[in-house]
Design a protein. Structure first.
Length: 230
């Protein structure tokens, strides 16, 4: 693997998992030393991340991890809805019915117990996405979907793993996969629309709850800060 590819992959993973939080300054000297690459491949990696929209250039010498706000989330889901509903329709026409029927069965058998259950569910989602990409047979569409998914990893981290929502999401994916397997393009697109509507509502509610909790933190009195007593 080229040094620039390795630097890109490591920085991408760290941005997506939150190790490099929004607003983090990515100094060339510091990041090159940390990643064990020279500054030229690091610059190439940062350029790719900038093209992805994951970092922004605040000045010629200052690159920072881009922020994610509610407007960004809504815009991302607007694009996601257009792409995924189209992909579901095309897959219902072009896809492998047996493959999607098998995915529907796997969703029906999904267990969400503990971290292992959630990890298995997200792995199943990745298999579904891969089958969807293969079915649409459209490089432009799949390229756009990959870009959306790159940002979606960050957005998902803003929402909590709400058990009720995960259970509903499993059922929604099962319905989409079943509709595709049965060549019902209208149902596949509609079920995708409902799934994305519910996912967005959950993420926005989680972000709002997190913001409210932060603003309602009790202020420390001078006595508590100094450790003195009245």
């Amino acid at each position: 693997m080229r040094a620039s590819d390795r630097a890109y992959a490591e920085l991408l993973a760290q941005i997506q998992n939150g190790a490099l939080a929004p607003g983090t300054v990515l100094g060339e000297v510091e990041q090159a030393a940390r990643l064990g690459v020279s500054r030229t491949p690091l610059r190439e990696a940062l350029s790719r991340l900038a093209a992805d929209g994951l970092v922004v250039q605040q000045s010629p010498r200052v690159t920072v991890v881009s922020d994610v706000d509610v407007d960004d989330i809504r815009a991302l889901f607007e694009l996601r809805r257009a792409l995924e509903e189209t992909a579901a329709r095309l897959s219902a026409v072009r896809g492998d019915s047996a493959a999607f029927a098998a995915l529907a069965e796997d969703f029906a058998r999904s267990s969400l117990g503990g971290d292992a259950g959630r990890d298995a569910y997200y792995a199943l989602i990745a298999r579904y996405d891969a089958e969807l990409d293969a079915s649409v047979d459209n490089d432009y569409l799949t390229s756009a979907l990959r870009t959306v998914r790159t940002h979606l990893v960050r957005v998902r981290r803003l929402a909590r793993d709400i058990p009720e929502r995960l259970v509903a999401s499993v059922a929604e994916h099962r319905l989409i996969a079943t509709a595709i397997a049965e060549r019902d393009a209208d149902l596949a697109a509609h079920a995708t629309h409902v799934h994305l509507h519910n996912a967005l509502a959950t993420i926005l509610a989680s972000v709002d709850a997190s913001t409210s909790a932060q603003t309602q933190l009790p202020l420390q009195t001078p006595e508590l800060v100094s450790g003195s007593r009245p």
